[in-house]
Design a protein around this ligand. Structure first.
Ligand SMILES: C[S@@+](CC[C@H](N)C(=O)[O-])C[C@H]1O[C@@H](n2cnc3c(N)ncnc32)[C@H](O)[C@@H]1O
Length: 194
């Protein structure tokens, strides 16, 4: 449990982590950093995200979630590889879920400048050809449905589109710092190749 000035203590832990990267500090930083978005500097791997304005999840609640996810992920194999490689390994009948950077708001947040949605669409098309099912969550409507986000989606790639209600926008909640969020309802668009 952390005590003392929140930002000062956060920066101290961030410094310790950057001098000697370790799992325990990274876990703390993930829970407390701005928007929960951990950014590493490209040049030297320095973790640079500032302190979040939210109250981080308590260690007790966090521990409960870890237990739940421990059970849920039993028997799961986690692999670190590019999405191109991972999707190429799939076989007919497999299901792939893609949650790429949202083109309208997250380019800077996730340092995703190298990410190209067009390339992902190509890989999805290749999966579809092999009988692999793909679900893709991507920009839906923002500003309570007043703004529609258009994307360069290839014709005939997706068979269905569903909108999943995500409640209030997490990002806006941080940015507006307590102001009313009535206008900021977000729905994610889930595109399905089947
Ligand atoms: C919408 S977030 C996914 C959030 C995740 N599903 C979760 O629940 O935590 C988009 C993710 O894409 C990652 N990303 C950015 N560029 C990428 C790339 N070229 N290849 C794979 N992932 C990338 C970002 O780091 C970010 O974690």
């Amino acid at each position: 449990m952390m005590s003392g000035d929140k930002v000062k203590e956060y920066e101290k832990i961030k410094q310790v982590y950057n001098e000697n990267p370790n799992g325990a500090d990274l876990l703390f930083l993930c829970r407390s950093c701005y928007g929960g978005v951990v950014r590493f500097r490209k040049a030297d791997g320095y973790m640079s995200t500032p302190c979040g304005i939210h109250a981080p999840i308590s260690p007790r609640e966090f521990s409960e979630r870890v237990s739940i996810w421990h059970t849920r992920t039993l028997g799961t194999e986690f692999l670190q590889m590019s999405y191109e490689d991972a999707m190429t390994k799939t076989k007919t009948g497999d299901l792939v879920y893609c949650d790429p950077p949202y083109s309208h708001t997250q380019t800077i947040l996730y340092g995703a400048q190298e990410f190209r949605l067009e390339k992902l669409f190509e890989v999805i098309a290749e999966c579809k050809r092999r009988g692999v099912y793909v679900a893709l969550s991507i920009d839906g409507t923002k500003k309570s449905g007043k703004v529609d986000c258009d994307l360069p989606i290839p014709k005939d790639l997706f068979e269905r589109e569903v909108f999943v209600d995500c409640g209030r926008s997490m990002l806006k909640r941080f940015q507006m710092d307590g102001l009313t969020l009535e206008q900021e309802h977000v729905s994610d668009r889930l595109l399905l190749t089947y």
